[in-house]
Design a protein around this ligand. Structure first.
Ligand SMILES: Cc1cc2nc3c(=O)[nH]c(=O)nc-3n(C[C@H](O)[C@H](O)[C@H](O)COP(=O)(O)OP(=O)(O)OC[C@H]3O[C@@H](n4cnc5c(N)ncnc54)[C@H](O)[C@@H]3O)c2cc1C
Length: 225
């Protein structure tokens, strides 16, 4: 299961340990019980979510492969209740195609000053905006390659590369922490780019843990639009 995100990014589900029934079994272990059929199991999950009994959700664990710009990864890595392993810029090289270039210029949001909105400008100005970014990326890559040619170590040459460069990491996260991520990052106040990743993950979550996802949507509040 893989979703393309932004111009060259993606999020792919590599592995999943557990599902809705893992939550049910974990919750009922205290009484030595397992599944009691869909209706009762769904009710139990709803009850757990409603009353904040969240530890049973820790028994389902997702492993995802993510490719996103560095500035998105920086926001992502703030989610401490999860595990990350990232590609190393000390070993790999980069090329020009590995930079995120937004196709629309955004300006500061009027109400939420931290946020942004698509600029109301003619399409040529959006094109010009993207071209400025592309040109700077080309210059960075040229300088990076020159430094390598001169024998500079990759770990040092990379410091001139910009924040819109793509990186890749594995992310392992349990469903409880994943829901916290979704609540914060599907919200309209999250930056547009990480929000797109969160929305892609939300659809994977819906598909793989539909009962938990329904309860999550009922009791976790976040602003969609
Ligand atoms: C819209 C938005 C804007 C943001 N702006 C900024 C910003 O300007 N600057 C900035 O630095 N960050 C910013 N952040 C990041 C934010 O502060 C959190 O670090 C990030 O969202 C991770 O959330 P979390 O701590 O709930 O997740 P996790 O780190 O995964 O933690 C999950 C939960 O575990 C518990 N927990 C984890 N660690 C501790 C701890 N040490 N002590 C007690 N309980 C703990 C908490 O209940 C927490 O909710 C922003 C986030 C969003 C969504």
């Amino acid at each position: 299961m893989k979703h393309d995100v932004l111009d060259s990014g993606f999020v792919a589900l590599l592995d999943l340990m557990g599902d809705d029934l893992a939550v049910v079994r974990s919750a009922r272990v205290s009484f030595g019980g397992g599944s009691k059929g869909e209706e009762k199991d769904r009710k139990l999950i709803r009850y757990l979510m409603k009353h904040g009994h969240e530890t049973p959700f820790e028994h389902a664990v997702f492993q995802l492969h993510v490719k996103c710009p560095i500035f998105v990864a920086r926001q992502w890595f703030r989610h401490r209740w999860s595990s990350f392993n990232e590609i190393s810029g000390r070993y790999t090289s980069f090329d020009e195609g590995e930079f995120y270039v937004p196709d629309k210029k955004r300006v500061r949001e009027k109400v939420n000053k931290q946020g942004s909105m698509v600029a109301d400008i003619p399409s040529e100005e959006h094109v010009e905006f993207a071209e400025i970014i592309r040109a700077e990326c080309r210059r960075s890559v040229d300088a990076y390659n020159r430094l390598l040619e001169q024998g500079t170590a990759k770990e040092l040459a990379r410091i001139i590369l910009p924040q819109n460069m793509y990186t890749q990491f594995y992310w392992t996260v349990n469903a409880r922490s994943l829901m916290n991520f979704l609540k914060l990052r599907c919200d309209i106040h999250a930056q547009y780019e990480i929000r797109l990743y969160a929305l892609a993950i939300r659809s994977m979550f819906r598909e793989r843990m539909p009962w938990t996802s329904d309860a999550f949507e009922e009791f976790y509040t976040y602003e969609e639009a």
